[in-house]
Write a protein that binds this ligand. Structure first.
Ligand code: ADP
Ligand code: MG
Length: 554
C-alpha cells in the first residue's frame, strides 16, 4: 500500500520526541499527485551524512525532452539538478543538532557532467540529501513536518516553474560543445577557444569568472569557424595538432589559457565564460609530482642507463623525483590513450624538458632523454603537445605553432619564432635515442584494489585531492578533478576494478570496462557520484601505492 503525503506529515509529527532511529520508519516510497518521494537512505543519527531522498516525476515530462543527443540529455539532467538546488535554498530554516535541516543537492562545479543525482528515463528521478531534524538525539517531529510540508510544496511546483528559456540554452550549449568536440580531429585541431571567452577565474579557489577580465580574441591567423547546430556560426582560435607553444612574459595569461584548455574537455554551463572552450576528449595535463608512487613503468624512453646498471625497464618507486614523476606521467598517459598532452614549464622538471648545448658538452653520461628529444616520436605516434614556456627557448626549433600572450591576448608568432630559431642557433645536438618511444601495456592484479589491506576497510573521497582507500591515502592532486563526487566515483570504480582485474587485461581496457557499465551511477545509492574519464581513472590507479602490475608484451 502506497503511503500518502498526508501519512508522511502525520508520521513525522507523531515521531516528536522519539529516539532518532525511529526515523527509519520513513524508509520507502510516499506518494501524491504527480510525483512520489522515496527515502533511499535514512541516517542513523543527526551527525551522520544527511539522509538520501529521491523525488520521482511521472507526468509533465514532455516539455523536457528537448534534446537531440545524449550530451543534451545529460545537460538537461544537470540543469534540473541545478534548478532543484536553487529552489530548495528557500526551504525554511530548521535548527537542531548535527546536520538537522541541511539540504544538499550535489552539483559542485560549473561543469556539465553526468551525475547520479539526476536521471531522465521514462520517469524523472532527482536525488538530494536532507538532514532529518533532532534535538540531541531526540526527533524534532513537528519541525520535520513543517520542513517536509514546505519541501512537498516546492517539489509540487518544480516542473511547472522551470525557466524553459534557460533550460533550452543549457541543453543547446552542451550539444554545440559536443558538436565541436567531435569535429576537432577532422579539422586537424586539438582545441578551440571561442572569441569573447572569459578564461581567468575570480581566484585560485573560485570557479567563477573573473569580473572585468579581458575577453579572449583569436589571432586572425588562427581563427576558425564552426557552424554549430544551435548557436549558428562561432568563431575562435583553433589550435592545430603537433607541437604548440604558449609563450609570453610572466603574468600575461599563459597559464590561464592552458588551464582553460585543460578544463575544456568538459562542457561548461552558460555564463561560466568558458562555454566555447572546447578541447579534444583525449587530452590530459601532465606534470611533475615529487614523491608520488610509480609501479612497473618502462621509463627507458626518458630515464635509462642509471649508475650501477640499475634497470628502468620495469621501474617502481614510492618516492619519485620531479623528472621521474613527469616521465612516468607522460608514459602512463600514452598507455591510457591520451592524444594531446598539456604541460606548463612552471610545473615540469626542467631536466626532463630540455638539456641545452652546454650541458650536453659537459655531461657525457646522461641518463635522461628530455621531452625535447621525443617531440618527433610523439608526433609520429599522432600525439600532440601544448607546452607553456617562458624560459626554455630550445623548443622553438620544433614548434608547429607559437602563440604569444601579451596583455592577456594571444598573437600568433610562429614565423617570428622560426626566424629567431634560425638567427639564434642553440648549437644543441638532436641525437637518436637508443630506446624507442614504446609503451608496453601493464595489467593490474586484483589485490591492487583490495581496500581490506591493512586494518580499515573504508573508501572515502576527501575534497578533490585525496581518496581514502583502505589504509591508503591516494594523492589525486595532480589529476584534473572538479567535484568531490568524481573522487567518490573513482573510489566506487576501484572496488569494481578489484573484480575486473585479472593480471591479463591491460590497464586501458580495464578502466574502460569499469566505466562502460550501464548502471555506473547506481554503483552506490547516493547523489554524489559524477562522471570522470578513463584518463582520470587510469591516472588514479597509477597513483595507488598498493598497485601491483604485470608487464604484457606490446
Ligand atoms: P602567466 O602564466 O603568463 O605568468 P597567468 O596566466 O598566471 O600568467 O596570469 C596572471 C594573472 O593575470 C592571473 O592573476 C590571472 O587571473 C590574470 N589574468 C589572466 N587572464 C586575464 C584576462 N583575460 N583578463 C584579466 N586578467 C587576466
Ligand atoms: Mg604561468
Amino acid at each position: 500500500m502506497a503511503r500518502s503525503y498526508g501519512d508522511l506529515l502525520a508520521l513525522l509529527s507523531a515521531l516528536e520526541g522519539k529516539p532518532y532511529p525511529f526515523y527509519k520508519d520513513l524508509k520507502g516510497v510516499w506518494q501524491g499527485e504527480g510525483f512520489s518521494l522515496r527515502f533511499v537512505h535514512v541516517q542513523g543519527d543527526p551527525f551522520a551524512s544527511p539522509s538520501v531522498l529521491e523525488v520521482r516525476y511521472r507526468e509533465g515530462l514532455e516539455g523536457l525532452r528537448v534534446y537531440g543527443a545524449l550530451e543534451g540529455r545529460i545537460a538537461l539532467e544537470d540543469f534540473l539538478l541545478r534548478s532543484l538546488k536553487a529552489r530548495l535554498r528557500s526551504l525554511p530554516r530548521v535548527g537542531g543538532s548535527g546536520h538537522s535541516g541541511e539540504v544538499y543537492v550535489a552539483v559542485e562545479s560549473p561543469k556539465v557532467l553526468k551525475r547520479a543525482g539526476g536521471h531522465l528515463g521514462e520517469e524523472l528521478h532527482l536525488r538530494f540529501r536532507l538532514g532529518l531534524p533532532a534535538h540531541g538525539r531526540r526527533i524534532l517531529g513537528k519541525e520535520a513536518a513543517r520542513l517536509f510540508k514546505a519541501l512537498l510544496e516546492h517539489l509540487r511546483g518544480f516542473l511547472q516553474d522551470l525557466d524553459t528559456r534557460a533550460l533550452l540554452a543549457h541543453v543547446h550549449q552542451a550539444e554545440d560543445f559536443a558538436y565541436i568536440q567531435k569535429r576537432l580531429p577532422e579539422r586537424g585541431l586539438v582545441a578551440f577557444v571561442g572569441d569573447g571567452a572569459i578564461l581567468p577565474r575570480e581566484s585560485g579557489v573560485s570557479q567563477r569568472p573573473l569580473k572585468g577580465a579581458i575577453p579572449f580574441a583569436s589571432p586572425p591567423s588562427l581563427r576558425v569557424a564552426f557552424r554549430v547546430p544551435h548557436a549558428g556560426e562561432v568563431l575562435g582560435m583553433g589550435l592545430p595538432r603537433g607541437l604548440t607553444l604558449i609563450t609570453g612574459g610572466g603574468f600575461h595569461g599563459k597559464t590561464t589559457l592552458l588551464e582553460a584548455l585543460v578544463h575544456g574537455v568538459h562542457p561548461h554551463i552558460p555564463g561560466d565564460g568558458r562555454e566555447w572552450v572546447v578541447t579534444e576528449a583525449w587530452a590530459q595535463r601532465v606534470q611533475s609530482e615529487d614523491g608520488r608512487s610509480v609501479k612497473g613503468v618502462d621509463l627507458r624512453p626518458f630515464v635509462h642507463d642509471l649508475p650501477l646498471g640499475q634497470d628502468t625497464s620495469f621501474f617502481s618507486t614510492e618516492d619519485a623525483s620531479g623528472s621521474t614523476s613527469l616521465a612516468a606521467a607522460i608514459l602512463e598517459a600514452l598507455e591510457l590513450g591520451a592524444r594531446t598532452l598539456f604541460l606548463d614549464e612552471d610545473t615540469s622538471a626542467t631536466n626532463l624538458l630540455v638539456r641545452d648545448a652546454r650541458m650536453q658538452a659537459l655531461v657525457k653520461r646522461e641518463t635522461l632523454t628530455p621531452l625535447l628529444d621525443r617531440v618527433g616520436d610523439l608526433k609520429a605516434l599522432g600525439v600532440s603537445l601544448v607546452l607553456v614556456v617562458g624560459g626554455v627557448g630550445d623548443y622553438l626549433d620544433l614548434a608547429d605553432t607559437v602563440v604569444l600572450m601579451e596583455e592577456y591576448l594571444p598573437k600568433e608568432v610562429t614565423e617570428e619564432a622560426r626566424a629567431v630559431a634560425q638567427s639564434h642557433p642553440t648549437g644543441r645536438l638532436y641525437g637518436e635515442s637508443r630506446y624507442p618511444l614504446k609503451v608496453p601495456p601493464r595489467a593490474p592484479l586484483p589485490e591492487s584494489f583490495d581496500p581490506r589491506r591493512g586494518r580499515r576497510e573504508r573508501v572515502k573521497g576527501r575534497g578533490l585531492r585525496e581518496l581514502l582507500y583502505g589504509e591508503e591515502v591516494v594523492d589525486l592532486s595532480a589529476l584534473d578533478l572538479h567535484e568531490n563526487a568524481q573522487v567518490r566515483l573513482l573510489g566506487a570504480l576501484f572496488r569494481r576494478l578489484e573484480r575486473l582485474a585479472d593480471g591479463r587485461t591491460p590497464l586501458k581496457a580495464l578502466v574502460e570496462r569499469a566505466l562502460a557499465v550501464e548502471d555506473l551511477f547506481a554503483l552506490e545509492e547516493v547523489p554524489e557520484l559524477s562522471a570522470t574519464r578513463p584518463l582520470e581513472l587510469g591516472a588514479a590507479v597509477n597513483r595507488l601505492r598498493g598497485l601491483v602490475v604485470q608487464r604484457l608484451e606490446a
